[in-house]
Write a protein that binds this ligand. Structure first.
Ligand SMILES: N[C@@H](CCC(=O)N[C@@H](CS)C(=O)NCC(=O)O)C(=O)O
Length: 300
């Protein structure tokens, strides 16, 4: 089966692993895995846009017209106060993040889901030991995320996920039609969602329930998929890093299961965990719980 170099073979959504034992190595030239010797390997690939179906190794696959992308990216170590800056404003697009920051995680997920890992370089920063050049030369607000693109640096995660969606190739992750208004409403609720839940942490019971009920109701609007707009979108990306933290923390600290009585939320969590571009960004839940305990429950 001949597959042009710039095509990707991708499993149907129910099959995430693709047997590649007789594919030419050049097909995977952007992959972190070297296919110099063609043996049996498995590789998770992004599913941006589907053009036609074919079958390989007895399994039906969608052939998608997109650059080869792999989620098996080797993640660079965070830069610290002793790290020199990259060669700033040299035309490279850089996404400055912290692996631990949920806001930065949103933008990291959007970049992965667009399949533009080779167009946007990840530059992780150690926020506990920040390099001074970051504030001085890159982003004066000294926060992550920020994006260096076309000789400018932009910030704010909700702006950046939209910016990446509109300025880079890959599948569109935001609706332009009827769903747009609903999508904007959900994006603007993210702040209230976060504040409502965090303010419940020290309370006797879980007033967080109202915020999760809002989510459950929102998830009932579209039924052509498990996500807020049915299909996966920037709205899911905006909520995912926070629900990733709230779920294990509330379970651990309050024995509160956010999925109980909320079947749509339970299905959403399952659905988002099947998105490769999100999965690679997830943190160890135990570490998230410990970090939230230190941050929100530590005695003054
Ligand atoms: N509203 C910003 C929030 C970004 C933010 O607060 N990032 C934190 C890390 S999670 C940060 O950089 N903190 C460093 C600081 O405040 O000095 C966004 O959505 O991007």
């Amino acid at each position: 089966m001949a597959i042009p170099n710039n095509h990707v073979l991708s499993g149907l959504s129910t099959r995430r692993e693709l047997c590649v034992h007789s594919l030419p190595a050049t097909v995977f030239k952007h992959s972190a895995i070297k296919f110099s010797k063609l043996g049996h390997h498995s590789l998770n690939l992004q599913l941006p846009r589907i053009n036609r179906k074919t079958s390989f190794c007895g399994v039906s696959f969608n052939v998608i017209r997109a650059k080869t992308t792999s989620v098996q990216e080797v993640l660079p170590p965070p830069l610290t106060s002793t790290s020199p800056p990259p060669s700033l404003f040299d035309g490279t697009t850089r996404l400055y993040i912290s692996y631990k920051c949920p806001y930065a995680q949103r933008v990291w997920i959007a970049r992965n889901c667009k399949g533009v890992q080779d167009k946007i370089e990840l530059v992780p920063i150690d926020l506990q030991d920040r390099p001074s050049w970051y504030k001085e030369k890159v982003y004066p607000s000294n926060k992550v995320p920020s994006l260096e693109h076309n000789n400018e640096v932009r910030g704010e995660s909700l702006d950046l996920i939209k910016y990446i969606d509109t300025h880079f190739e890959g599948p569109s992750l935001f609706p332009s039609g009827l769903a747009k208004e609903f999508a904007e409403e959900l994006l603007s609720y993210t702040d209230t969602f976060y504040k409502t839940i965090v303010s419940s942490f020290k309370g006797e019971d879980t007033e967080a329930g109202t915020a999760f009920d809002y989510i459950e109701t929102a998830l009932s609007k579209y039924d052509d998929g498990p996500f807020f707009l049915g299909q996966f979108s920037l709205v899911d990306i905006a909520y995912a890093p926070f629900i990733e933290r709230f779920e294990p923390f509330l379970m651990d600290v309050k024995n509160y299961d956010i999925k109980l009585g909320r079947p749509k939320l339970a299905t959403w969590i399952e659905g988002i965990n099947n998105i490769d571009g999100y999965r690679i960004t997830r943190s160890d839940p135990k570490e998230l719980v410990e970090s939230y305990k230190n941050r929100f429950l530590a005695k003054p």
